[in-house]
Ligand binder design. Structure first.
Ligand code: FAD
Length: 413
């Protein structure tokens, strides 16, 4: 690894910030990563969102490029298909890919975050600073101010490049919004989610190596397997529906009507208590017109493009940011100005396509988004092409069938 005297400051040590630090660290830069939380490897009750995540090809490629994929997959559970639980009690498996047996992986968020932090700590040129909350960005002096809760003091730092990987409610992004032509929209959807758990003892009731789904119109329940044989269940539904589940009887009645087969999986008492006790989390999507400012500031991951979780693409797309950045650093010989310009151009386009992709429901599109690292834009072009081919084939088939019937009719008569 060649040493590089340039200093990179990364804000946020979540999944994307940690992987980004590893990429830049491997290139020899001096890295300082500042994270608001305490070190989750030492924390007894780590905070954060979903317990497990689906890792698909885009994310895997980003891990593979820096030699981390193999180790991550050892602690992940492969999911070969979706197991759909219909309202009428029928259950059906839909393989993700019956031709080449590709699958996605369920991986623990905390495991992955801890693993990445340990990986970056092994690089001599990377320093981790926990309990440092970014509270101010001075865009004139390029100075960041962090607040340290434990010592109740402030820290002022700067760098040659400052990367915000501080999540959907990014402080760095908020500052960049004051710069010219930096538009940004933040949209809450009216759905929230809570997490429940199926214990390893009940695991025999679940078909292994599948992502289980209970689709119910505006509500959806999914279950992803964990390495300890438990399952993490996520219930998505409009927040107004959660508001109605106040008493135990109401919860039980609701599940009896909508998800009756889930009751024995979680257990009545556990289910009712967990639903009543858990406050639903909200879901937000972020779109920005720019992702950088000058050759100095950049935002990545959820800070730049948070999306709703239904397609399981947020982390995968954030990891892909790291691959794209790395390729651009090669392409432009580490000229930050050109790298950042092009990154914004590429990812803005991605953002537009991704939101179109997320709104689409067609299965083969899911395939190309999940199992390939084809650009999202190309996935959509392929889908349009497939639709055209399908229409033409149907037309041709219709003409052939009509001609055949006509000939048969002529022969008979
Ligand atoms: P975050 O994970 O939010 O990390 C940001 C980090 O920055 C945190 O550590 C935070 O403490 C720190 N931070 C915040 N503010 C500051 C500050 N001021 N100063 C310093 N540090 C700060 N994606 C998938 O690909 N597959 C899935 O299956 C999937 N499932 C999901 C299920 C749910 C219910 C949800 C909500 C999301 C899901 N996602 C999934 C999306 C995925 O969780 C995110 O895209 C991913 O976590 C983004 O990573 P990030 O590092 O950009 O942001």
């Amino acid at each position: 690894m060649e040493e590089n005297s340039k200093r990179i400051v990364i804000v946020g040590g979540g999944l994307v910030g940690a992987l980004c630090a590893y990429y830049f660290g491997k290139r020899g830069y001096r890295i300082d990563l500042y994270e608001y939380r305490e070190d989750i490897r030492r924390s007894k009750s780590p905070r954060g969102r979903s317990i497990n995540l689906s890792l698909s090809n885009r994310g895997r490629l980003a891990l593979r490029d820096v030699g981390l994929e193999e180790e991550v997959l050892k602690s992940a559970v492969p999911m070969v298909g979706r197991r759909v639980h219909f309202q009428n009690g029928k259950v059906q498996s839909i393989l993700y890919d019956e031709f080449t047996n590709q699958c996605i992986y369920s991986v623990g968020r905390n495991f992955l975050n801890k693993f990445l932090l340990t990986a970056i700590e092994s690089l001599p040129n990377v320093l981790l600073h926990f309990d440092c909350k970014l509270i101010d960005v001075n865009l004139k002096t390029d100075e960041l101010t962090f607040y340290r809760c434990s010592s109740q003091d402030y820290l002022r730092v700067t760098g040659d490049l400052i990367i915000g990987a501080d999540g959907a409610f990014s402080c760095l992004r908020r500052s960049l919004q004051s710069t010219p032509l930096f538009d940004c929209s933040q949209t809450y959807i009216d759905h929230g989610y809570i997490e429940l758990r199926i214990s390893p003892e009940q695991s025999h009731l679940m078909k292994p190596n599948h992502l289980h789904i209970w689709p119910r119109g505006s509500m959806m329940l999914i279950a992803l397997p964990n390495i300890d044989k438990s399952w993490t269940v996520t219930l998505f539904m409009p927040l107004s529906e959660f508001d109605r589940l106040v008493y135990k009887e109401m919860v039980l009645e609701f599940f009896k009507q909508v998800f009756p087969d889930v009751i024995p999986l979680i257990g009545t008492d556990q289910l009712v208590n967990d639903v009543i006790r858990t406050k639903p989390s909200v879901l937000v999507s972020i779109k920005c017109s720019k992702l950088h400012y000058r050759d100095k500031f950049l935002i990545v991951g959820d800070a730049a493009h948070a999306i709703v979780p239904f397609y399981g693409q947020g982390m995968n797309a954030g990891f892909e940011d790291c691959t794209v950045l790395n390729n651009l650093l090669d392409k432009y010989s580490e000229d930050f100005g050109r790298v950042l310009e092009e990154f914004t151009r590429l990812r803005k386009w991605f953002d537009k396509q991704m939101h179109r992709v997320v709104e689409d429901k067609w299965q083969p599109l899911y395939y190309s988004v999940t199992f390939t690292h084809t650009k999202y834009e190309v996935c959509l072009q392929q889908r349009d092409w497939q639709s055209k081919v399908l229409k033409r084939s149907l037309l041709l088939f219709g003409i052939v069938a009509l001609s055949f019937s006509a000939l048969t009719f002529i022969n008979i008569t």
